[in-house]
Design a protein around this ligand. Structure first.
Ligand code: SAM
Length: 229
């Protein structure tokens, strides 16, 4: 088989796996937002994981991405993104770029995406990957995301993909009126409840979205750097 045919075959195999993931994982587990399902059905998750894990890219499990970090399982990504209630014109802040997969999904659902990663190597790799895949509208920042991203605020939606001890004040300050924050919070660094906060005037209305497990959010207003997940 020539190289061109082999590449086409593997692309179509991944696209079948992606369709199966939509039906058998996401829809079956209750994801109902058609725009979220379309975004998850478009982003090639295999491109965001190391080569040795590509064949597992559409299983519903987190996968290692290097530097001791993981890309979250597809259901968790879809659940969090759905909880942001995006309609299209929003400016979104993601804390915890990791592989860049979540940012790519967000790019299909909002107008402008800023994503912050504290590990410089992961931020650089995600930036290169997103550019190579054509996601030029995603802005990757290497910084401590517990401070938010004041230079680009306000945001209509903020999603945090690592587990916080408490809600960092900066997210409240940098959230636009009516905006939503989706964030895992827990007193244990490896087990959290996911919450949605909606800004109504100076208040934040808090909703409990259930139990999840994330790597710790490390930084000035998060866990110390020597925290083990
Ligand atoms: N959204 C990512 C993806 O699609 O691959 C998954 C992210 S992984 C579950 C959580 C990420 O949060 C890790 O890459 C970790 O380095 C990052 N992180 C932890 N604390 C952070 C902080 N204070 N600021 C920015 N990123 C942080």
């Amino acid at each position: 088989m020539d190289t061109y045919r082999a590449v086409e075959d593997s692309a179509s195999r991944y696209s079948e796996k992606r369709e199966r993931m939509i039906r058998e994982t996401l829809v079956a587990r209750g994801i109902g937002d058609a725009r979220v399902l379309a975004a998850m059905g478009t982003v090639p998750r295999e491109e965001f994981v190391p080569q040795q894990f590509q064949s597992e890219a559409y299983g519903d499990c987190p996968l290692p991405i290097g530097s001791g970090q993981t890309v979250a399982q597809p259901y968790t990504v879809a659940f969090m993104v759905e909880a942001l209630q995006l309609k299209g014109p929003e400016r979104v802040l993601e804390i915890g770029t990791g592989s860049g997969y979540g940012a790519a999904v967000l790019a299909h659902l909002a107008n402008e995406v800023h994503t912050v990663e504290r590990i410089l190597l992961l931020a650089q790799q995600a930036q290169n990957r997103l550019v190579r895949l054509g996601y030029r509208g995603v802005h990757v920042h290497a910084a401590d995301g517990t401070l938010g991203l004041p230079s680009c605020a306000p945001f209509d939606a903020i999603v945090v993909t690592a587990g916080a001890k408490q809600l960092p004040q900066a997210y409240h300050t940098q959230l636009a009126e009516g905006g939503r924050i989706v964030i895992p919070i827990g007193s244990n660094p490896s087990s959290q409840k996911l919450y949605r906060f909606t800004r109504q005037g100076h208040q934040l209305v808090k909703e409990d979205l259930g139990q999840f497990a994330f790597v710790p959010l490390i930084g000035k207003h998060g866990w110390p750097a020597d925290t083990v997940s």
